[in-house]
Design a protein around this ligand. Structure first.
Ligand code: CTP
Length: 398
């Protein structure tokens, strides 16, 4: 995804440095070239070798160390970075960059760069809440730095409060949003629905389905990484949603309908990965239904076909999870619902469909052309779907 992109990870002295090692690993796995600068105090917590082993690149710790690659190290690092992330960022480093102090490799580099800078503070609660730090954080925010966190919770000092380094996915999301700024979905608004709707029977029971939300979440994440402004309409799911997207939680098919119709009006594409209930109880009992009666009959009403109701120039992508006659059923749904593309999958196939991290799908377009993809991770399936959406974009009014 991020091949050819340069991330400069600046690491300062905090017990949470171990999370930065994980962050570096995730960035490398997603294809980015990761350079690391460590302050001297950071090297007291983790050795440069940890980062070097993960990034396969020399780690920069000393402003004055002779180097083969660059003449003026801080300028070269600042120039080649597509994004700089300071994680963890101590109160001291934040104070320095807020005031433009340049007395070590990290602060010189940040002062020289034209790249976007993401700052993830990590410190004790007292240091964070001190008005000096608060002023410095405000100052860097006003200068356009993106501040991620800190998270609230247990701190190394034993105290509780704000000061924990933000979790890796949150810092990753901020980095990827910057890297995606010039992606092929930059400036586009994409609406994705995910998860399974729940139709209440009474206050404690509902009709639901096995959808985990993983496929829709993968699409939202992939679209975010390609520069889109993503609105994620999420029904019930079993995994946490991606960060850096606009999240609209819903429960029922009717709530999903209202959100989809409203939000897709100004969108370039609507991708309906949600498993929407086809029927809902005609009346949801106001109180818990007791087991006194021998048998219980539920009267169900048909729900509206949401994606079929969406009109306008928006690109419509639907899913067809089938247990038989995949090609025929999916093609039928494409036509009935007025879709541009339909993504079909055989839910009886192993490693495919609900809950798992992989999927084997067939993408069918309006001309009836079917592209059978091999089994692959859902995030890769997401990118394949988005490649097809990008190809249709010139048709869209906005
Ligand atoms: N869908 C929708 N509104 C519904 C039901 C489904 O918008 N009330 C969307 C789904 O999000 C999916 C596509 O339509 O993108 C196909 O969903 P699926 O459940 O496979 O199809 P149904 O039309 O419900 O047909 P059936 O259940 O008979 O297979």
């Amino acid at each position: 995804m991020f091949e050819g992109k340069n991330v400069l990870l600046c690491v300062t002295g905090s017990i949470s440095v171990y999370k930065a090692v994980d962050l570096a690993s995730k960035l490398v796995q997603d294809g980015a070239t990761v350079d690391v600068i460590m302050t001297e105090s950071a090297t007291k917590f983790v050795t440069p070798l940890s980062f070097q082993s993960i990034t396969h690149r020399p780690v920069h710790t000393d402003m004055w160390a002779p180097v083969a690659e660059f003449n003026i190290k801080h300028v070269a690092l600042a120039e080649r970075a597509d994004v700089i992330a300071i994680a963890p960022a101590t109160a001291n480093t934040i104070a320095k960059i807020a005031r433009g102090i340049a007395d070590d490799l990290l602060s010189c580099t940040v002062l020289s760069t034209k790249a976007s800078v993401i700052v993830a503070p990590a410190m004790d609660v007292g240091m964070y809440q001190n008005s000096a730090t608060q002023e410095n954080v405000k100052r860097i925010r006003n200068r356009g730095f993106k501040v991620v966190g800190p998270a609230i919770g247990h701190l190394a000092s034993g105290l509780e409060g704000p000061g924990r380094l933000a979790e890796v996915p949150a810092i990753q999301a901020a980095i990827y949003q910057v890297l995606g700024q010039n992606g092929d979905l930059a400036g586009k608004r994409i609406v994705v629905s995910a998860g399974g709707t729940q139709e209440p029977i009474d206050p404690v029971r509902y009709i639901g389905n096995y959808s985990s939300g993983k496929m829709g979440f993968a699409i939202a994440e992939a679209a975010r990484n390609r520069g889109a402004f993503v609105t994620l309409i999420a029904a019930s799911t079993s995994v946490p949603p991606p960060l850096g997207v606009e999240l609209v939680p819903v429960q029922t098919a009717m709530q999903m309908r209202e959100a989809v119709l409203e939000l897709s009006r100004t969108a370039s594409a609507l991708i309906m990965a949600a498993a929407v209930a086809d029927y809902r109880p005609q009346n949801s009992a106001p109180n818990k239904i007791k087991r006194k009666q021998k048998d219980l009959k539920l009267e169900l009403s048909k729900t509206p076909d949401i994606v079929a109701e969406v009109s306008g120039s928006v690109i419509k992508v639907g899913f067809a999870a089938e247990s038989q006659d995949l090609l025929q059923n999916a093609t039928g749904k494409l036509k009935e619902k007025g879709l541009d593309l339909i993504v079909g999958n055989d839910i009886t196939a192993p490693d495919s469909g609900f809950s798992v991290d992989t999927n084997k799908v067939i993408i069918i377009d309006r001309n009836g052309e079917a592209d059978q993809l091999p089994l692959m991770p859902k995030i890769e399936v997401a990118h394949k779907i988005l490649d097809r959406v990008v190809a249709l974009l010139p048709r869209v009014a906005h």
